[in-house]
Design a protein around this ligand. Structure first.
Ligand SMILES: [Mg+2]
Length: 318
């Protein structure tokens, strides 16, 4: 594996996240007049420029755990350590946590297994598992069984988000990213993934009402949808659609993440999810240097990625 695609994906998440943090909840109309073009500081969460949030913290916790192999309880414990102690916090503390994540991690802290900690109701479909799933793409790159990949993605999502809608969103995203990692063109990979996923869900005989919700991603061409119909809230389906839309309608990392931020609303997470795809696809060396210099805990993230890369290259896992 090319380390450029690993560093690109992970820094892609953290930098996208950090670009969005100061303007979280700002409307699209506001950002149309005052577009974000660079790191800003303070504003929404009163954090210095380059500060990333829960999206990146949980992504980095996941890597930290995967370095020692796949252990769902250990991943849950690392997430709980972030929530309680700011482990892998941008400044070693927590300033933002979503509702489903809070409930799930409190269950783990109270002694529940990470296999049963996630919310599974329809209202537990925020973007909190999609925003931190990217490391699984690298971990599963040599796993040939789609069934096995699905099971692992489901387990990792379900620590906090166990509803099928969240699981399937994570799975579509990771399957797509997997093709990008293997070097496919982004439009070709999108068409391939649509067919592959439609076949997969048909075979699994999932609830058709649920599958219908993915029609704009899996049957239509999401990139052809008008911007006014692309929502950027904290709902997982909106985040999946918006991230694919931003990535497929732009030609560089910078353009993709800024488009995501400037959609407004859940700016940090839309940009983190978009940034993961774009960073992986275009590569680390295409991420603007000034953003790499300014992102919080650059050296710590770089060491963590290098450690992960070494483990992956030794092919300990799949
Ligand atoms: Mg966040």
């Amino acid at each position: 594996m090319n380390i450029n695609k690993l560093k690109g994906g992970i820094f892609g998440v953290t930098i996208g996240d950090a670009l969005g943090v100061p303007v979280e909840f700002k409307s699209r109309e506001f950002l149309r007049v005052n577009p974000v073009k660079d790191f800003l500081g303070y504003l929404c969460w009163n954090q210095p420029p380059g500060t990333w949030s829960d999206d990146s913290s949980l992504t980095l916790c996941l890597i930290d755990s995967l370095i020692n192999g796949f252990d769902i309880e250990d991943i849950g414990q690392k997430f709980a350590n972030w929530y309680q102690n700011g482990y892998w916090g941008a400044h070693h503390k927590v300033f933002d946590v979503g509702g489903s994540i809070r409930c799930s991690l409190e269950r783990i802290i109270a002694g529940e297994s990470a296999r049963f900690s996630g919310g599974f109701f329809e209202y537990d479909n925020g973007n909190g598992s999609l925003m931190r799933i990217l490391p699984m793409v690298y971990f599963l790159q040599n796993e040939r069984s789609i069934e096995e990949r699905f099971m692992k993605i489901r387990e990792v999502s379900s620590i906090t988000h166990a509803n099928l809608r969240s699981v399937l969103s994570c799975f579509i995203y990771t399957e797509y990213a997997l093709l990008l990692l293997k070097g496919d063109d982004k439009y070709l990979a999108y068409q391939k993934i649509k067919k592959q996923l439609v076949d997969f869900v048909e075979e699994k005989d999932f609830n058709q009402r649920e599958i219908k919700l993915f029609e704009r991603v899996l049957i239509q061409d999401i990139f052809d949808i008008n911007e006014s119909e692309i929502k950027s809230s904290g709902y997982v389906l909106h985040s999946l659609e918006a991230s694919l839309w931003c990535f497929l309608n732009t030609d560089s990392y910078q353009e993709a993440v800024l488009k995501a931020v400037n959609l407004g609303d859940d700016t940090d997470t839309t940009a983190a999810i978009t940034g993961g795809l774009a960073g992986l696809y275009y590569g680390y060396d295409k991420i603007p240097e000034n953003w790499k210099k300014e992102v919080a805990r650059f050296n710590d993230i770089e060491s963590l990625i290098e450690n992960f890369y070494t483990k992956l290259e030794n092919e300990i896992y799949c």
